[in-house]
Design a binder for this molecule. Structure first.
Ligand code: AMP
Length: 286
């Protein structure tokens, strides 16, 4: 049997028309928003959508709104040709690849902002980041009109924020959050891993090791968050190139601080390896 053709759509108007028609025909639409430079993490989302939905739309858009002025918007890795090949192999039906101008035409004024839970963790170090994320994701949801939106646990705070936005704004879709896909050594896959030099790639394994350390401590009965964080810090500090942005233990649902581990606790960290800021996390159920 021939694999179905994947279509690249650059026009918002066109994808809107397409998905509207598909929905009228009763098709279930799965949507995977990405910034491209696809890896196995992205593909796990596309594959799940393929399993659960009739049509899978993936967007590739490096969203200028979610990058700070000193961040890597310009040099963020891009490779559309390779992405198209990879997405097709994963069974994506439509790639939406809009231009910045289409998404934010001159005179654009509207932002979507989730309060409070966007101020902590990554939001503290990256002011305005989540406002950029929620704005673009809200726009993309309106454009594509999906039944299910697929997101990765890799960006744990992002997933919580998006779920909150969908709930608060009564958006008519379901959000699914899928597990972190890791490289064989444990490094969480990320388009930004490309920035790491060879030694730094080794050093970057410390994020996952620190999370494993936390998991071991909890397994052995430790419930005090501070003591766990102290041990994680000690471990990470052994790596010269590593500089900790934050290590926090919070409630997995609302991101509130957890002094004692109970229920579903999210251990989240952001660490610079050299100049590259990496994030990782783990959910512990106690
Ligand atoms: P990005 O292209 O980095 O904006 O990511 C697009 C989507 O893929 C987001 O929902 C991410 O959380 C998800 N994602 C990125 N890396 C991973 C990973 N290693 N495992 C699972 N999902 C991921």
């Amino acid at each position: 049997m021939h694999a179905k053709k994947m279509r690249l759509i650059r026009s918002i108007k066109e994808i809107r028309k397409l998905t509207a028609t598909l929905k009228q025909r009763g098709k279930r639409i799965g949507f995977v928003p990405t910034m491209g430079y696809l890896h196995a993490g992205h593909l796990s989302l596309a594959r799940r959508s393929k399993q659960e939905c009739d049509v899978t739309v993936m967007s590739i858009f490096v969203n200028p709104l979610q990058f700070g002025p000193k961040e890597d918007f310009k040099k963020y890795p891009r490779d559309l040709k390779k992405d198209l090949k990879t997405a097709k192999e994963a069974g994506v039906d439509y790639i939406l690849f809009p231009t910045d101008k289409q998404m934010y035409p001159q005179g654009y004024l509207t932002e979507v902002c989730v309060d409070k839970i966007t101020k902590t963790l990554c939001g503290a170090a990256r002011p305005g980041h989540f406002k950029g994320v929620t704005t673009v994701v809200a726009k993309l949801f309106n454009i594509v009109g999906p039944d299910i939106g697929y997101f990765g646990q890799k960006d744990a705070q992002q997933a919580v924020v998006i779920k909150r936005m969908v709930r608060d704004l009564n958006m008519p879709l379901k959000i699914k959050v899928l597990p972190i896909v890791r490289e064989s050594g444990g490094l969480a896959m990320s388009s930004r891993n490309r920035y790491l030099e060879r030694q730094e790639r080794q050093d970057a394994l410390i994020l996952y090791r620190a999370l494993q350390k936390a998991r071991d401590m909890v397994k052995r009965g430790e419930r005090n968050s501070r003591r766990i964080i102290v041990e994680m810090r000690k471990l990470i500090k052994k790596v010269d190139s590593a500089k900790i942005d934050y290590i926090r233990i919070v409630d997995a649902k609302d991101l509130s601080e957890k002094k004692k581990i109970s229920g579903r606790a999210l251990i989240a960290l952001a660490v610079f390896i050299g100049k590259v800021r990496l994030i990782d996390n783990l959910i512990l159920k106690v």
